[in-house]
Each structure stands twice: as structure tokens, then as C-alpha cells.
Design a protein around this ligand. Sequence first.
Ligand code: NAI
Length: 313
Amino acid sequence: ASRILAASMSTVTEVKKITVIGSGLMGAGVVQVAAQSGYHVNMVDLKEDFLAKGEKIITSSLKRVAKKKYADDAAGSQKFIDDVMSRITLSTNSEKAAAESQLVIEAIVENLKTKQALFKALDAAAPQETIFVSNTSSLPIGDIASATSRLDRFAGLHFFNPVPQMKLVEIIRTAETSEDVFHTLATVTKKMGKVPVACKDTPGFIVNRLLVPYMMESLRLVERGDASMQDVDVAMKLGAGYPMGPFELMDYVGLDTIKFITEGWYKSGKGLVGDKLIAPSPLLERLVAEGNFGRKSGKGFYSYEGVGADKGK
Ligand code: NAI
């Protein structure tokens, strides 16, 4: 009964301005969907050059959206793009940006110490009510939150690549995350056109907890010589209805990323230490050592040379 009472008493923080820190692949995507949904957004990165790169990701993505939405209406299309861009402010000062926001979304490098240092500084600069979230894929939210004094106003907000297309957002609640914060994040993500799901602070949350062991077992199937990678991909597409086979998916995600995530969980992650499901794979190790990271480097399990990193095979 006390749980129900707590839930009904919880309020939702009104979010007007969002700060996104990191304007890379994920950060730029989050800035775009937030601005497209009517939020004012500060986009922060370390240098002007990086911000310009993020801005370019957004404008080319918006052009694609506008083409679909406005077809031959060039004026309407330009107005749509200008409108969205007018709600985005670029900044290299994360503390000043956070200080004027109700929600801070962190999407910087996947390194615990770097994330903790950033949040420690932001904690001192931002109002007490400001909600902090991390878009981390593999680090425990509680470990990042521990650098701050706002454990109740800290959560995970895990978007998927490519952010404008992928509907899902995982909201990660630590034992301390308040109901108010959870409901606020659910409201904000729904306004962004996403579908939020809730998960505790456990390695891989929902999607990667299931997907990563599946990818690793695909590698082992091939390593054992049980089947070829081409046949595994065909089998999962036509037999399980998956849009991509596991090898195509690994090439898309990045082989270095998969190695980094599994290594982290295997060695230091909570709950999965030494777990056979995510033990190192010699095939994956070899490709990464050779610099074959998947689509982004032109070659992984398959070759993408001359195709463009974000295009089909
Ligand atoms: P990225 O390398 O494309 O972008 C990171 C950006 O953060 C860079 O522009 C960098 O200059 C900036 N940055 C680094 N340190 C900073 C600091 N202290 N202050 C401000 N900016 C800083 O990385 P990506 O792929 O966008 O990943 C970002 C986060 O999102 C990571 O935590 C990653 O685990 C997570 N993530 C990544 C997904 C993916 O598919 N790439 C999917 C879901 C989550």
C-alpha cells in the first residue's frame, strides 16, 4: 500500500530545457529528437570542431526527415529545419549549460572516471532539482551517480543507435532513483516519440543483456565449426524473423564496442564476472586486433568497402 501511495503522490518535473553532453553519434541523435519534440536543447562538447561535427549529423538527418515530410515543398522543408535548429544552442561550457537545465543527458566517452569527473563538476554547478542521466551502455549507473550528491535525481536513459529511428529507450532506476524522476523521464521520452521501458541497474539492462550473449554464442558456433557465419545470419533472419543476422548486427554495432562491453562485464561488471556466456572469443579478438571493427572501418565479418559506413552492403 505504501508503494501505491508513493507512486500516486509523485510529481513530474516540468522539463523545458535539456542539456546533452557529448555531440557524437548518440549525443547528436538525442539533441535532434529532443529539439524536434519542442524542447530547447544545449548541445555541449569539448571543442567547437566537435560541436560542428554534431551539428552536421543533425542537419543531414533533418534533411532526410524533411524530404519525407514535405516532399516538394522546399519552403516548408527549410522552415521545419530552421525551426528545429533554432531550439539548439551550442556550447563548450557544460557547467553553465547544466545550470540552466532541468535535465542533463550525458553521452560522452564510455569511461567511468571521465563520466564521474564530469558529473562531479555538474553536481556543484546545477540546481538541486536538475535531473542527471547517463546514456551508458555498459557501466553501472550507481557507480556513475556515486560521484554526485543527488542519488535520488540520477538515472540511466539508454537510447539506441540510430536515435532518430530507434523507438526504444531504457530507463534505468537505481535503488535510490525517485518515482518523480522516473515519471519525468517517462514523460520526456514519450514526448520525444519514444517507447520507454523500465529496468533495474543490472549489466546490459534488458536489450544488451539478451543480445550480447546471443552474439557471443553466434561467434562460438562458428569457432566450433558448427556452421558458417553466412548460414547463421540467413538462419536467424529467415528462421527467427530478425531483421539482421548476428554477424551483420555485430558489424553494425562495432566489433571493438562488443569486445569492450564483454571485457568490462567479464572482468569487473557486477553480476557477470567470469560468466562463460560473455567469455572472450578468439575470432572477435583477432578481428579487433587487425583493426577490422565492422562497418565503420570498412571491414568486419563482411566487407563494406566502397559502400559507405552507414549504407547497406
Ligand atoms: P562518440 O565517440 O561518437 O561521441 C562522444 C562525444 O563526447 C565526442 O564528440 C567527444 O568529443 C565528447 N566528449 C568526450 N568527453 C567529453 C567531456 N568530458 N565533455 C564533453 N564532451 C565530451 O560516442 P557515442 O557512440 O555517441 O557514445 C556515447 C555514449 O553513449 C557512451 O557512453 C556509449 O556507451 C553510449 N551508447 C552508445 C551507443 C552506440 O551505438 N554507439 C548506443 C547506446 C549508448
